[in-house]
Design a protein around this ligand. Structure first.
Ligand SMILES: C[C@](O)(CO)[C@H](O)COP(=O)(O)OP(=O)(O)OC[C@H]1O[C@@H](n2ccc(N)nc2=O)[C@H](O)[C@@H]1O
Ligand SMILES: Nc1ncnc2c1ncn2[C@@H]1O[C@H](COP(=O)(O)OP(=O)(O)OP(=O)(O)O)[C@@H](O)[C@H]1O
Length: 288
C-alpha cells in the first residue's frame, strides 16, 4: 500500500495583478499547507479503478474527470507507462472550496505513482504533469510554504513560517474559481511584500474576497466572526473561497473559537495547524 497525504492548501495572501490573454490571471500568492486533508492510497494488487470514501465523497464523481484519475493518466502518458491502479481517495475536504482539495489529490496521486515506480520526487516531468493539471497543483506537489507567481506555478519555497494553530471554516456553499476570477475588478493593488512570510501575509490581502463575497455573502459573516475571536493573528478567505481561515497564537484559543463557531453554526470547521515546514510533518505522512 502506498499512502499519500493530500493536505489542504491555504493562500495566506493572494494578490491578483493582471488579466492575461489566455484567460488566466497573473497573481502573487503565499501558499501554506495545514496538517490535515484528503488521503490517497494506491493498492498495487487491487482491481483498477477509483474508490471514494469520507465525508465529502458523495457528489464527487469517481469517473474519468476526477483529478486523481486525470493525474494517473497523465503520469502514465508522460512519465512511466503502466496499467491503471486501484486507488482509494478518502475525501475529507469540502469540494470547490478554495483550499485546493482536488489539486492536493492530483499532487498526492503523482507523488504516490512516483514512489511506486521509483521516480525521483523532484523529477521535472512530475512538475510538468502538475502544471498541466491545474494552477494549484504544482504548489501542492511541492507541499511547502512558497511564494507563487505566474498563474501560481512559478514557486519560490520560503522558510520561517511558524507552525501556528489554524481554524478553517466552510459554509457548505460551493464557489466556482472561474466565476470568482471573472468578477475581479481589474485593479492591480500591488505586490506581496518580501521577508518574513507571516509579516508579508499580515500586510497583504486576498483580492478575490470582494468578488467571492458577491457570489456567497455568507463569507462576510464568517470573516467577521473569525476576526472577532480572541488570539487571532490573521483571518482571511483562502483562494477563491468560500473557506476562510484564522491563525491563532495558541491551540487553546483556537479550540475556544472552534467551540463558539460550532455552537452557533452548522458549518464545516477544521482545527489544524500550519505544516509543510521543515520538522513539521503532515499528520498522515507521520502515521503512514
Ligand atoms: C484561486 C487559487 O486557488 C489560488 O491558489 C488558484 O489560482 C486556482 O487554482 P485552480 O483551482 O487549480 O485553477 P485552474 O483549475 O487552473 O483554473 C480554473 C479557472 O480559474 C481561473 N484562473 C485560475 C488561476 C489563475 N491564475 N487565473 C485564473 O483566471 C480560470 O478561469 C481557470 O479556468
Ligand atoms: N478529487 C477531487 N476533489 C475535489 N474536486 C474535484 C476532484 N476531482 C475533480 N474535481 C472537480 O474540481 C472542481 C474544483 O475542486 P477543488 O476542491 O479542487 O476546488 P478548490 O478547493 O476551489 O480549489 P482551488 O483552491 O485550487 O481553487 C470541483 O468542482 C470538482 O468537480
Amino acid at each position: 500500500m502506498i499512502v499519500e497525504a493530500a493536505p489542504a492548501k491555504l493562500n495566506l495572501a493572494l494578490h491578483v495583478r493582471a488579466r492575461r490573454a489566455d484567460g488566466y490571471h497573473e497573481l502573487e500568492t503565499l501558499f501554506a499547507f495545514v496538517a490535515d486533508g484528503d488521503v490517497v492510497t494506491i493498492d498495487p494488487t487491487g482491481a483498477p479503478g477509483l474508490t471514494l470514501t469520507g465525508p465529502f465523497a458523495a457528489g464527487l464523481s469517481g469517473e474519468g474527470d476526477n483529478l486523481v484519475l486525470r493525474a494517473e493518466r497523465l503520469f502514465r502518458a508522460r512519465v512511466v507507462d503502466g496499467r491503471p491502479m486501484a486507488i482509494l481517495l478518502d475525501k475529507r475536504l469540502p469540494v470547490a472550496s478554495g483550499i485546493g482539495g482536488g489539486s492536493a489529490d492530483a499532487a498526492a496521486t503523482l507523488r504516490a505513482l512516483a514512489r511506486l515506480e521509483g521516480v525521483a520526487i523532484d523529477d521535472p516531468r512530475l512538475f510538468g504533469c502538475a502544471e498541466a493539471l491545474g494552477s494549484d497543483v504544482p504548489a501542492c506537489l511541492l507541499g511547502k510554504t512558497a511564494l507563487g507567481r505566474g498563474r501560481g506555478e512559478l514557486l519560490l519555497p520560503l522558510d520561517g513560517l511558524a507552525a501556528l494553530p489554524a481554524l478553517l471554516i466552510n459554509p457548505g456553499v460551493a464557489v466556482s474559481t472561474a466565476a470568482v476570477f471573472a468578477r475581479w475588478d481589474g485593479i492591480d493593488r500591488g505586490p506581496i511584500g518580501q521577508g518574513d512570510p507571516l509579516a508579508a501575509a499580515l500586510a497583504g490581502r486576498n483580492d478575490l474576497e470582494p468578488p467571492a463575497l458577491a457570489l456567497a455573502p455568507v463569507i462576510a459573516e464568517i470573516l467577521a466572526l473569525l476576526a472577532a475571536q480572541p488570539g487571532v493573528r490573521l483571518a482571511r478567505m483562502s483562494g477563491s473561497g468560500a473557506t476562510c481561515f484564522a491563525l491563532f497564537d495558541t491551540a487553546d484559543q483556537r479550540a475556544a473559537a472552534a467551540a463558539r463557531v460550532r455552537a452557533a453554526h452548522p458549518w464545516w470547521c477544521l482545527e489544524t495547524v500550519l505544516a509543510g515546514q521543515p520538522g513539521v510533518p503532515c499528520r498522515d505522512q507521520a502515521a503512514a
